[in-house]
Design a protein. Structure first.
Lengths: 560, 319
């Protein structure tokens, strides 16, 4: 009896020590809802639906690796990046200053390519074919209905045209973008081009060419390799380019790609459309390092310096030797970041100029380039953000409410069961320590639903004590001696406690299995709480009772 | 103090009245679900977690009128706006737009607010954007979780007690969940993830309560002469014997929940209300539904397998 008593005390103290030790050493991780942060669910984008589950799974694993490298470099404390299901990734970042920036870093595929810029003069010959393809695909009537540009704006040559034809275009462009031209036939009424289009013969209909403004760089005597499109017209141009008929009409081996920034010129914005060789001669896979810096010669403009591996360096050297005074486009995720002209032979080192981007953008680009490209584009399926103020408010309120609730329970227990109630209070204090320790040991995260689960499991722990005490009272009523009554009370209560706890545990485990992130937080505290309540009710309370009875003679009454 | 000690209430005799009450509550709830299907197209008012969509919670530095906010977000075409807590916090729910990334929609709301009120006059304290695909999966997962836990519980109780105990417990639990779901439908409480957690907690709590009563019935049945006693009397006696515990446990649990409701803030309010309802209904059902159900099953199908008679009692006494 005495020996087993000592063992009991040692076991309890050891469990307590372990819990407190873990809690102090590891601290309790707080969920995003409590400390603020961002939760993202990303999915491998598969618009065509052609990827097999195995392919997706492989891509997800690579993507997780790339994301981890990027986020580590970005410097977020304890990020969570994990695979979820077959084709999803969960990213959780706490305590961020700039969430948009973090999101860009995560979501950027960072697939870098170098492509040769082709001749505008050559491509001009294909324009008519492309226009015909669009007319064939959409139909003249629909094009008229959306107020498509006709011959009127076509064939502008150089600077002159920018100056003279733009104001008329721009007025029209504004009214178009304001009214969602595709759906709204009303937009036609005010548009002059639509009226004139009626008079135009079908063959002169130039929907695509009409959007293009030749770049004024021809004045330097070089072929620019680009067109400019009014920023307001870019969407229309994109929709034409997406047509399968358009793509079939494109010359072989040539692709059209947009510049990533709009360029201001004479108070209006333009987007550059590059004519590129379809196949890249070099990709980011050959890149070994990238750093952001400022260009001393160009007004401290931010730039990214990159270094290629030996093979990449050789390719680069060959291409720049053969194509001197041509332009090379640096394409990031399908958009042309810059297209420098080759002035001299370049080896394994080069730079990407970033236009008027700020230094952070350059630093982020260098970061994602170093970490490598994502194997596929990721799509945001779910995004949750909690500001730190809401988190703090929730904690404060939750703590107060929880504390008041616990005090209420303890008061009821002591008022109802006297000294036995005090023992229960002590047991509950031990119980709470064990649960918090258990959360630390399992590295679980405490979330708002988690706190609710915790409070609920306190209810379960109280219930176990109540079940035991009621049984002891019943035994005392049958005139059993106090010691026997306590023993019998525990013995009789066990079956109810076991069955009740196990069924709740079943629910908790299923919640954990099927639940999403936040429900899991609830399930974890519930399950830990049930296990702890089991141990406290049957072991700790029992021991406390033994201690209480040890100071009494066999026939002394007990306070319950 | 020993409340409800030696109580001798005729619970079982009141069972027919309880059936009427439960039937009325169920009919009301199911009626509300039907009504919702016809009016809002869904049996419950789903939040963004399930239907997909964007939720932006903003806190303004100064109190603001609903109408001003509505005007800033497009007047008549503005998304639904509700107040949250005080007079300077609002929840804006914007629907998803096809062909657009879900995070763009939330960005739009912020841009509109900044245009009308200035960028420094408000803070986005919470933002949730959920794609429609995720929501559908969630619904399936929740339904699966409930069915699985009911099935597993049924099996567990059938092994530990008898099959009829398991059936009765599942009937009582399903009854509780249906009534709570009916009330949620009636008041159009928004179903979000925490609400699902709350419903599953009710499932656990209701079972817990039922099992304590069933444990006493099992014990009385297995006691000397238990099998010869009139089952109605035995069940009624068991309910009365566990009454002090039922009252005390429900009381303490409700004490915690009410303090959460009063002090816990708006974030967990709905969650707490669902739990309070669940605890009350769960307590009611373990007395008036689960135990009578046990008797009704016995009356129609007999007592089931008699070999299981002794199994329950000898539990892990070694603990």
């Amino acid at each position: 009896m005495l020996k087993s008593f000592r063992v009991r005390v040692i076991v309890i103290l050891a469990a307590l020590g372990l819990s407190i030790g873990y809690y102090v050493a590891k601290d309790l991780k707080l969920g995003l809802d409590l400390q603020g942060g961002m939760h993202l669910v990303l999915e491998i984008d598969d618009p065509a639906g052609t990827m097999t589950p195995e392919v997706k799974e492989g891509l997800v694993e690579q993507a997780v690796y790339v994301l981890r490298t990027r986020i580590d470099a970005f410097g977020v404390e304890e990020p969570l990046i994990q695979k979820s299901g077959a084709d999803r990734i969960i990213v959780e970042l706490a305590g961020l200053d700039d969430e948009e920036r973090a999101k860009d870093i995560i979501n950027q595929q960072a697939f870098l390519e170098w492509k040769l810029v082709l001749s505008t003069v050559d491509f001009n010959q294909s324009l008519e074919r492309l226009d015909r393809a669009i007319v064939a695909a959409i139909g003249v009537d629909s094009l008229r209905a959306i107020g498509a540009v006709t011959q009127a704006a076509a064939d502008p040559t150089g600077l002159e045209d920018l100056l003279f034809s733009s104001p008329a275009d721009s007025a029209e462009a504004d009214s178009l973008t304001a009214d969602e031209p595709e759906d709204d036939p009303g937009a036609v009424e005010g548009g002059a081009p639509a009226d004139s289009a009626v008079a135009e013969p079908e063959a002169d209909f130039r929907p695509f060419t009409g959007l293009l403004l030749r770049s004024n760089q021809t004045s330097y005597g070089r072929d620019p390799g680009t067109y400019k499109v009014d920023a307001a017209q870019v969407e229309t141009a994109r929709s034409y380019m997406a047509l399968p008929e358009f793509q079939r009409a494109m010359p072989r081996g040539v692709s059209l790609q947009w510049g990533w920034d709009s360029i201001p010129e004479f108070g209006r914005f333009y987007q550059e459309l590059y004519i590129l060789e379809e196949d890249a001669f070099l990709t980011g896979e050959q890149l070994v390092d990238a750093t952001a810096t400022r260009d001393q010669q160009e007004f401290n403009q931010p730039i990214v310096l990159f270094q290629l591996n030996r093979r990449g360096g050789r390719v680069f050297e060959n291409v720049t030797t053969e194509n001197q005074y041509d332009r090379i486009a640096i394409v990031l995720d399908g958009e042309v970041v810059s297209a420098p002209t080759v002035e001299s032979r370049i080896g394994s080192r080069g730079q990407i100029t970033m236009g008027d981007a700020d230094f952070n953008e350059a630093a982020d680009l260098a970061l994602v380039l170093r970490a490598g490209a994502l194997p596929a584009q990721l799509r945001i399926m779910e995004e949750r953000r909690v500001g730190p103020s809401l988190g703090q408010d929730s904690i404060d309120r939750g703590q107060i409410a929880g504390l008041v609730g616990v005090v209420l329970v303890l008061a009821i227990m002591v008022a109802y069961y006297r000294i036995a109630g005090l023992l229960a209070v002590l047991a509950l204090a031990i119980y709470l320590t064990l649960v918090i320790g258990g959360l630390s040991i399992l590295d679980a995260t405490l979330t708002l639903p988690g706190i609710a689960g915790l409070i609920l499991s306190i209810g379960m722990a109280v219930d176990a004590n109540v079940l035991i005490f009621e049984r002891i009272r019943e035994e005392l009523e049958r005139r059993r001696a106090p010691r026997t009554a306590v023993d019998e009370g525990f013995r009789n209560a066990i079956s109810a406690i076991v069955d009740a706890n196990i069924t709740t545990l079943i629910t908790g485990l299923i919640l954990f299995q099927f639940g999403t992130q936040s429900v899991k937080g609830f399930a974890v505290t519930l399950c830990i709480g049930i296990v702890a309540s089991f141990f406290t009710a049957l072991y700790v309370t029992r021991t406390l009772f033994l201690m209480y009875l040890a100071g009494k003679r066999g026939s002394d009454p007990i306070s319950i | 103090m020993w409340l409800f000690h030696d109580a001798k209430y005729a619970f079982i005799a009141m069972r027919r009245k309880a059936y009427v009450v439960s039937a009325a509550a169920l009919a009301l709830g199911i009626g509300a679900m039907m009504f919702n299907i016809f009016t809002i197209g869904r049996w419950q008012q789903y939040g963004v977690d399930f239907d997909g969509g964007v939720l932006v919670q903003v806190s303004f530095s100064q109190p603001l009128d609903d109408s001003d906010l509505r005007a800033a977000l497009g007047g008549a075409s503005a998304p639904p706006i509700t107040r949250f807590g005080g007079d300077n916090e609002f929840v804006i729910r914007a629907p998803l737009e096809e062909e657009r990334d879900i995070d763009e929609v939330a960005g739009d709301v912020e841009v509109q607010l900044a245009a009308s009120f200035g960028e420094s006059s408000f803070e986005v304290v919470r933002q949730e954007s959920v794609g429609p695909k995720i929501g559908r999966e969630l619904e399936q997962r929740a339904a699966l979780a409930i069915l699985f836990s009911l099935a597993l519980t049924l099996i567990y109780i059938a092994i530990r007690f008898e099959v009829r105990f398991g059936l009765a417990a599942v009937i009582a639990t399903a009854h509780d969940m249906l009534i709570v779901l009916g009330l949620l439908a009636l008041f159009r409480v928004e179903i979000a993830l925490p609400t699902v957690a709350a419903i599953l907690t009710i499932l656990g709590y209701s079972l817990n309560d039922t099992i304590v009563v069933f444990d006493r019935i099992r014990e009385n049945l297995n006691a000397k002469g238990g099998r010869r006693e009139d089952p109605y009397r035995l069940v009624n006696r068991s309910i009365n014997e566990t009454l002090p515990r039922t009252v005390l446990t429900s009381g303490t649990t409700l004490a915690v929940l009410f303090s959460l409701l009063a002090l816990g803030g708006a974030v967990i309010r709905d969650f707490t209300i669902v739990l309070i309802l669940g605890v009350m209904i769960g307590t009611y059902s373990s007395i008036f539904i689960a135990s009578p159900a046990l008797l009704e099953i016995q009356k129609r199908f007999g007592t089931g397998d008699a070999r299981k008679k002794q199994q329950g009692r000898r539990v892990a006494a070694a603990v």
